[in-house]
Design a protein around this ligand. Structure first.
Ligand SMILES: NC(=O)CC[C@H](N)C(=O)O
Length: 230
């Protein structure tokens, strides 16, 4: 399985994502500069965290106009696995691949902490190695993680099981309904503010993010197996 980790001017969690894929999955992974316009060789594309374009205008707004995001749209439409972490989530909402938006934290403070999340949907390519209701400890590090969506979108997210993670018994940024991560309707595009790539070893304070990565590999293996049988 081949992974791409996108890099924009100002990305700063790209190497963490590369290390997580290498250490947890031992799969090939390339860093891909934002001017690239073809991602067809990759099975999973990770849009990592950071401060793309210095968070100017709005977080993710400028990166969403990069050539590589057109390529991400093409691969998303094919059903490839797309993961946006933190700034990556912000970029995916700005690109329109995920609904809603991320605003400044309600405290107007940057929050950096290990945070409990509850797995709301364990039936996605990103969470199949968890169980619904699992509480996992994953770090956050953001100033603009306050998820918002209109009533109609929220109702749709809930009824389609698109809320994948919620903050558990806390709300570090004021997100509506404590939403920490969502997927698209087809289930192949996920965005989340917490950083599973920073929780892949006890040395880092938590290894609860490992199952996030093993889920993606298992989902891909199952897909390849189904294609071979078809
Ligand atoms: N770690 C990150 O990706 C930071 C995200 C974003 N730029 C924010 O502060 O909200």
């Amino acid at each position: 399985m081949k992974f791409a980790v996108l890099v924009f001017p100002g990305s700063n969690c790209d190497i963490d994502a590369v290390k997580a894929v290498e250490d947890v999955l031992q799969q090939p992974v390339d860093t891909v500069w934002h001017t690239t316009s073809d991602l067809s060789e990759y099975d999973c594309i990770i849009v990592p965290g950071g401060f793309s374009y210095g968070d100017y205008l709005r977080c993710g707004a400028m990166a969403s106009l990069s050539p590589v995001m057109e390529a991400v749209k093409v691969e998303a439409a094919k059903g490839k696995f797309i993961v946006g972490i933190c700034n990556g989530f912000q970029i995916l909402t700005e690109t329109g691949l995920l609904p809603g938006a991320l605003r400044h934290n309600d405290t107007m403070q940057f929050r950096c902490d290990i945070t409990p999340l509850v797995v709301e949907n364990a039936d996605t390519p990103f969470t199949r190695e968890y169980s619904k209701g699992d509480v996992i400890n994953i770090p956050i590090a953001h100033g603009e993680g306050n998820y918002i969506a209109d009533e109609e979108t929220l109702a749709r997210l809930n009824s389609n099981n698109q809320v994948v993670f919620r903050y558990h018994e806390c709300n570090p940024n004021g997100s509506v309904e404590r939403i920490a991560g969502i997927c698209n309707e087809a289930g192949n595009v996920l965005g989340m503010m917490p950083h599973p790539e920073r929780a892949v070893s006890d040395l880092l304070g938590s290894a609860d993010g490992k199952a996030f990565f093993t889920s993606i590999l298992k989902a891909w293996e199952a897909r390849v197996h189904d294609h071979q049988r078809a």
